[in-house]
Design a protein around this ligand. Sequence first.
Ligand code: HEC
Length: 117
Amino acid sequence: MMRRLGTIVALAAVALLAGCERYATPESLRGGGTGAPIALTSQSITLPDETVTLPASADIVTVNCTACHSPDLILAQPKLKPEQWQAEVTKMRGAYKATIDEQDDGKIVAALLALQK
Ligand code: HEC
């Protein structure tokens, strides 16, 4: 999980830098024409260790959800009804572009419900 989060952070940094390259002009690099130089510094963050894993019976949740979430987030949810979990899965796909195959929705919802028992 650490490595995956690190990859996400690294990809976000690359995306940001790519954006800079596309839009930066010599003028803007000097601080929008004010003459003030921008000082870029390296930063590091320490991500928490992932200690919780989901049981093998919930592999379909691990595969479809933990690229973006820790298992804790999924386990920390209040008890939801099947249609509420379905709405979550639909939201992840729609709002956050999670690549969850619609054909797996039934199995994912069943596994999420089983995790809450
Ligand atoms: C592509 C990344 C991505 C994937 C994959 C993903 N989510 Fe999310 N999810 C998000 C984002 C972004 C949020 C909003 C920020 C937050 O609460 O972390 C979110 C929020 C949530 C929330 C908090 C309540 C809400 O609706 O905002 C729950 C519960 C959740 N996701 C469950 C799931 C489950 C279950 C799966 C797998 C079926 C899943 N997510 C897959 C990105 C994702």
